[in-house]
Design a protein around this ligand. Structure first.
Ligand SMILES: Nc1ncnc2c1ncn2[C@@H]1O[C@H](COP(=O)(O)OP(=O)(O)OP(=O)(O)O)[C@@H](O)[C@H]1O
Length: 226
């Protein structure tokens, strides 16, 4: 699903933000990327999202190698990746349902299918009753859930989230994580960049720890003793 071999990224004029990362993530895994501020978490997410290209090394995402992909095929790969951001980036003049519908409209899906899928995505995040609400009338957590519904409405096999609970209280953060876990159970590969260590520990999933752009640890929590 995702394979990195000696992956490195240097920003133009900057120092190396990621160096020599090698790891593999299988389909259906839920994995956290953590590390201190500046460790390279967002950079890794952007590489996997195909928003940046590696300076060295190899990255394969969904059986494609973005750096070898012709420019015209890049949007096709991006469409197979759902993205959730900390600041959810909803369009303020559109209702929750219309925000969620955007990826399907861009794909040119028929109206009936859009309506059905948008309803299913909003139900999944527990916002079926707020479909007509404008973002400004929703709480921060509800807006974040609309952002998640928008990221999954076109059923991407890969979901990337960059600090998705950064602005949420602990209870809501746990609920959002439970939602990601449910998506994982349906076969979506979920990759979450987060510095919220207590929350990550609680989830008991695989964790990639970055330190100054290097992969310092790659561990899975042990099963609870019987
Ligand atoms: N557009 C850019 N141009 C130059 N350097 C950058 C750019 N974006 C990030 N960097 C540098 O790359 C390194 C990694 O940044 P990145 O944003 O990936 O870290 P992070 O772990 O996500 O940090 P945070 O938790 O603070 O968001 C940092 O040293 C940062 O200053």
């Amino acid at each position: 699903m995702i394979e990195a071999e000696s992956l490195s990224l240097r920003y133009p004029g900057g120092r190396e933000a990621l160096g020599d990362l090698s790891f593999r993530i299988d389909a259906g895994e839920m994995v956290f990327i953590t590390g201190r501020s500046g460790a390279g978490k967002s950079t890794l997410v952007k590489l996997i999202a195909n928003l940046l290209l590696p300076s060295r090394g190899v990255l394969r995402v969904l059986d494609c190698e973005p750096s070898r992909l012709a420019r015209r095929h890049r949007p096709g790969l991006r469409r197979r990746i759902g993205m959730v951001f900390q600041d959810h980036r909803l369009l303020p003049s559109l209702s929750a349902a219309d925000n969620v519908a955007l990826p399907l409209r861009i794909q040119g899906a028929p109206d009936g299918e859009i309506e059905r899928r948008v309803r299913a995505a909003l139900d999944l995040v527990g916002l079926g009753q707020r479909a007509r609400a404008l973002p400004a009338t929703l709480s921060g957590g509800e807006q974040q859930r609309v952002g998640i519904a928008r990221a999954i409405v076109h059923r991407p096999p890969l979901l990337l989230a960059d600090e998705p609970t950064g602005n949420l209280d602990p209870q809501l953060s746990v609920e959002i994580m439970a939602l990601f876990e449910r998506l994982g159970a349906h076969g979506t590969t979920v990759l979450i960049a987060s510095h919220d260590l207590p929350l990550i520990r609680q989830m008991r999933k695989r964790v990639l720890v970055l330190e100054q752009g290097r992969l310092q640890e790659d561990f899975r929590p042990q099963a609870e003793p019987a």
